[in-house]
Design a protein around this ligand. Structure first.
Ligand code: ADE
Ligand code: ZN
Length: 350
């Protein structure tokens, strides 16, 4: 149970904790808590450059995306066996259960592992088995989205796509992540075209640190169904009109944006402005082990700093289902469940 936070009524905090939600922007490698990392390193006889959990946590002081990515890739180096990937994924799903995340569409980065000699099969089987177990045990549904690392070549991404083909029935979409600036979506136009031909849906990180032009490219060249982050869309009026009229959701990650200095402080975040203008905004945790909180903590910190009300929380939770890749029937049913929370609020504001 989360502590009551200053500025949030118990009622609003309770609604955030209880309302069902989908998480659509989550890197499974970014859920690697230091305690589990040390445990897996120990059982795999790997010596890390950090001596303790505390020392590792102290290093989580980022000034931009790249300073985070360097540590994030280093952390993933201790994942060797199927069980390691299983344990990593299952630990995240336990957090979903705590936070009432009932559906998740997780990113995984095959190249982070295949480049270290870990097979696609080992990585995939470990993650997939945990997802299936959580569905069986708790009814949490999920999908897998395979991301290409944009700092690597288009050729490498194409090779990864080919490696994924035997698993394609269980990978719903492809995405694009890692260092954004200098690696525009256009670099991967051919790979995404091929992925679409093979039946994958597409998403991409764009407009996190990169300019609105990258969002245009993701829409026009990669044919994405959602934009991951996309907070810089607001700098381009024509782009805003497009994402609103075409109902292109943004998977926004507030704590990530603060930790990576996209905004100086939460009070400066543009999520409320996006919401008020009619963008389908969702709240997600991105890399929660590194950024200080899972789904509910992201909701709480955002609601508190931007003074959002019950109506906003219900809208954001509904958006998470609307923006998901679930069937229309399931979307409707979860959105209806969210609407019940409007009725449970004694006050329709804070
Ligand atoms: N990989 C993991 N987290 C990321 C982020 N926020 N942006 C780009 N690539 C990522
Ligand atoms: Zn991300």
């Amino acid at each position: 149970m989360l502590e009551k936070k200053k500025g949030l009524t118990m009622n609003l905090q309770n609604i955030i904790e209880k309302i069902p939600k989908a998480e659509l922007h989550l890197h499974i490698e970014g859920t690697f808590e230091p305690e589990l990392m040390f445990e897996i390193a120990r059982r795999n006889n790997i010596v890390t450059r950090f001596k303790s959990v505390e020392e590792l946590r102290k290093a989580y002081d980022f000034h931009n995306l790249q300073s985070f990515l360097d540590i994030y890739y280093e952390g993933a180096n201790v994942l060797i066996y199927e069980k390691d990937f299983y344990d990593l994924t299952f630990a995240y799903l336990l957090k979903c259960r705590e936070d009432n995340v009932v559906h998740t569409e997780i990113f995984f980065d095959p190249q982070t592992h295949t480049h270290r000699g870990i097979s696609f099969k080992v990585m995939f089987n470990g993650i997939f088995a945990a997802l299936k177990d959580a569905e069986k045990e708790w009814g949490i549904t999920s999908q897998m989205i395979m991301c290409f690392l944009r700092h690597l070549s288009e050729e490498d991404a194409m090779k990864t796509l080919k490696e994924a083909l035997p698993y394609k029935n269980n990978i719903l979409a492809v995405g694009l992540d890692s260092s954004e600036v200098g690696h525009p979506p256009s670099k991967f136009e051919r790979v995404f075209k091929e992925a679409i031909k093979e039946g994958f849906l597409t998403v991409a990180h764009a407009g996190e640190e990169g300019p609105p032009e990258y969002v245009w490219e993701a829409l026009d060249l990669l044919k994405v169904k959602r934009i991951d982050h996309g907070v810089r869309c607001i700098e381009d009026e024509k782009l805003m009109r497009r994402i609103i009229s075409e109902k292109i959701p943004l998977t926004v990650c507030p704590l990530s944006n603060i930790k990576l200095c996209v905004f100086k402080k939460m009070e400066d975040h543009n999520l409320q402005k996006l919401l008020q203008q009619g963008v389908i905004v969702t709240i997600n945790s991105d890399d929660p082990a590194y950024f200080g909180g899972y789904a509910n903590q992201n909701y709480i910190k955002t609601v508190e700093a931007l003074n959002l009300n019950v109506g906003d929380v219900v809208q954001i939770a509904k958006n998470s289902f609307q923006a998901s890749f679930m069937s229309d029937e399931l979307k409707k049913s979860w959105m209806k469940k969210c609407d019940h929370f409007l009725g449970t609020s004694k006050e329709n504001s804070k």
